[in-house]
Design a protein around this ligand. Structure first.
Ligand SMILES: NC(=O)c1ccc[n+]([C@@H]2O[C@H](COP(=O)([O-])OP(=O)(O)OC[C@H]3O[C@@H](n4cnc5c(N)ncnc54)[C@H](O)[C@@H]3O)[C@@H](O)[C@H]2O)c1
Length: 367
């Protein structure tokens, strides 16, 4: 293996795949060797963005190339298990989107296979790569807020709708909400013990698209998580409400963002710290960099693991099923959902729009 550079083949050049390709091309640790996508129009877009890469519809071109050290798996969850098995069989490290499979038994089989493989494997639990969460956690762990008691997490946006793809990833509370199930567990530093969930079937859709869950961790920390892609889709000017609010026996720590800037407000017993900085959404530059350096160093230098991702996925499914069991009421009409979908089809700039309406990745020159 080249001791300074990694050769990567990317599978899936949709909304997320494009972001990865952009960051891989920027980072000097990486060489983009292949882009594979099953869709012809998407392959044409890939060829324009990355003229240096081999563009293919056959993933075996990547798995069969012994010079490729890493595969990036950015298709949907139903395609991932077979691709992961092939990557492990051909000895390639894996950079995967979440969730790693579309059913939980397969996700746990993947954890087992990865942990036995000796290969490096990270999953894009993007919050774990975010500077503002790291600042919060360092402050909390330093004892500044006393004993950690309550973790409150909210992520509400006018975002991804039913019928916009991602069916294998499940309804919003699993597809997106698993990130915030992971965030609460990371802050609490323990495993989930109890939970109770309430949902709303907004626009009378069959699945709750807004879910709130509360409960406790085994270490006694209590939590609430609110996630919904139902936050004012038809508002003249769209907004959102995203925060983590942590309460200790002596102080508090909280963070909010507006998708451009993140703010951290830390009120500890000896220090008050207020910081704002670039939000950087999916933190893919950080993920690519830490994963690349980890492979070259032969040890995990801080990337999120497949086990953390599968615990979050497993718990998010359980909490969603609890919300369904507890009788989520229907609010709103299917025609309102149709209006929202029509508005989003016409939008070029919005929260979580499907790939075909996103701006293409910038055309960086090849490295
Ligand atoms: N971490 C995050 O915050 C975050 C955010 C959004 C999406 N995601 C995840 O990223 C993944 C991709 O989501 P997306 O929004 O980019 O989806 P997308 O539908 O825009 O892109 C998927 C791409 O994969 C291609 N594809 C599908 N099956 C394939 C196969 N077998 N071989 C080759 N190409 C194939 C499709 O043609 C498409 O171009 C999903 O698993 C989703 O859950 C994660």
């Amino acid at each position: 293996m080249d001791k300074e550079r990694l050769k990567v083949g990317v599978i899936g050049f949709g909304r997320m795949g494009r972001l990865y390709v952009e960051e891989i091309r920027r980072n000097p640790l990486w060489t983009l060797a292949y882009i594979c996508d099953s869709d012809e129009e998407t392959r044409k877009a890939a060829a324009m963005v990355a003229p240096e890469a081999v563009i293919t519809d056959d993933e075996d071109d990547i798995f069969g190339d012994p010079d490729v050290n890493v595969v990036g798996l950015f298709t949907l969850a139903d395609a991932r298990p077979a691709q992961i098995r092939e990557a492990l069989k051909t000895g390639k490290h894996v950079l995967a989107e979440k969730p790693v499979a579309d059913d939980i038994a397969t996700e746990w089989e993947i954890v087992d296979a990865v942990e036995r493989s000796g290969l490096m494997f990270t999953v894009n639990m993007c919050n774990r790569n975010a500077w503002y969460h790291k600042e919060m956690i360092d402050f909390i762990r330093s004892g500044e807020i006393g004993e950690l008691a309550i973790v409150r997490v909210a992520h509400m946006t006018p975002g991804h709708m039913p019928q916009e793809g991602h069916e294998p990833e499940g309804p919003a509370f699993h597809d997106c909400g698993m990130h915030y199930v992971d965030v609460a567990r990371w802050y609490a530093g323990g495993e989930y013990a109890t939970y109770h969930a309430q949902g709303v079937r907004m626009w009378s859709h069959e699945s709750p698209w807004w879910v709130q869950v509360h409960g406790a961790f085994q270490n006694g920390v209590v939590f609430d998580i609110t996630q919904g892609s139902v936050y004012g889709h038809m508002a003249k000017d769209q907004t959102h409400n995203c925060y983590v609010d942590v309460i200790g026996s002596k102080g508090i720590a909280r963070t909010t963002h507006d998708y451009k800037t993140a703010t951290v407000e830390l009120h500890g017993v000896t220090r008050t710290v207020i910081k704002t900085g670039d939000f950087k959404d999916k933190q893919i530059d950080v993920m690519i960099d830490v994963f690349g350096r980890s492979i070259l160093a032969g040890k995990n230098l801080g990337f999120p693991t497949v086990r953390d991702s599968v615990i979050a996925s497993d718990m998010a499914w359980k909490m969603l099923r609890d919300a369904e069991k507890n009788g989520a009421p229907c609010i709103g009409r299917p025609e309102e959902m149709d209006e929202i979908l029509a508005r989003r089809r016409a939008m070029t700039n919005g929260y979580g729009l499907p790939a075909r309406r996103q701006k293409r990745s910038s055309h960086l020159p090849p490295k």
